[in-house]
Design a protein around this ligand. Structure first.
Ligand SMILES: NC(=O)c1ccc[n+]([C@@H]2O[C@H](COP(=O)([O-])OP(=O)(O)OC[C@H]3O[C@@H](n4cnc5c(N)ncnc54)[C@H](OP(=O)(O)O)[C@@H]3O)[C@@H](O)[C@H]2O)c1
Length: 157
């Protein structure tokens, strides 16, 4: 079973600040759409609140306490351990920081968009370098004055 995390992180593993993601990278958005297309994503409630609609062409699971109903097109997950015992095919861990902290243990691969700058984030991707090794990296991309590469990290044996 292949479970992958996908995220864009700055040079300090930053994911977001209190207002959301502090960069605008259409190339990264397109990359994420292409990679996750046809699969399923699981996100935390904080990320859910920032989405105006479910992701097109992907089942959108939301891990939360189930206290209020989700908007149409989103599917509730209230027991993460049970969900991970029998996850849907082609599941992507989608963020944010809270969700990644609770699920990185299940990931075999990390698809990281690695930004070169520090965006002074307040929410972070978990430490991963002890458990994963870099297996592929793209050429340097430049967009909106941001430099970044796409990377794939695989869990060490
Ligand atoms: N850079 C990237 O690739 C990337 C990817 C995905 C998301 N993001 C960003 O990450 C940020 C969100 O990260 P996050 O760690 O705050 O949240 P999250 O991981 O998406 O969701 C978990 C958080 O939701 C909150 N929450 C609020 N109401 C809840 C409820 N009813 N049940 C359960 N949890 C509830 C909890 O925060 P409390 O414990 O504080 O209540 C919990 O820590 C957003 O700004 C998003 O844009 C970035």
């Amino acid at each position: 079973m292949n479970i992958r995390a996908i995220a864009a992180i700055d040079k300090k593993r930053g994911l977001a600040n209190e207002h959301g993601i502090p960069w605008k990278l259409p190339g990264d958005i397109a990359y994420v759409r292409e990679k996750t297309q046809g699969g399923a994503v699981i996100m935390g409630y904080g990320t859910y609140t920032e989405l105006t609609k479910p992701l097109v062409g992907r089942r959108s699971f939301v891990f939360y306490d189930g206290m209020e109903p989700l908007r149409e097109g989103f599917e509730a997950v209230t027991d993460l351990v049970e969900f991970m015992k029998n996850p849907p095919d082609n599941l992507w861990l989608f963020g944010g920081a809270g969700l990644f902290a609770q699920t990185i243990q299940y990931a075999n691969e990390l698809y990281l968009t690695q930004l070169k700058e520090d965006f002074e984030c307040t929410k972070f991707f978990p430490e991963y370098r002890d458990d994963f090794e870099l297996s592929w990296e793209s050429d340097l991309q430049r967009e909106n004055e941001v430099r970044y590469t796409f990377q794939i990290w695989k869990r060490k044996d």
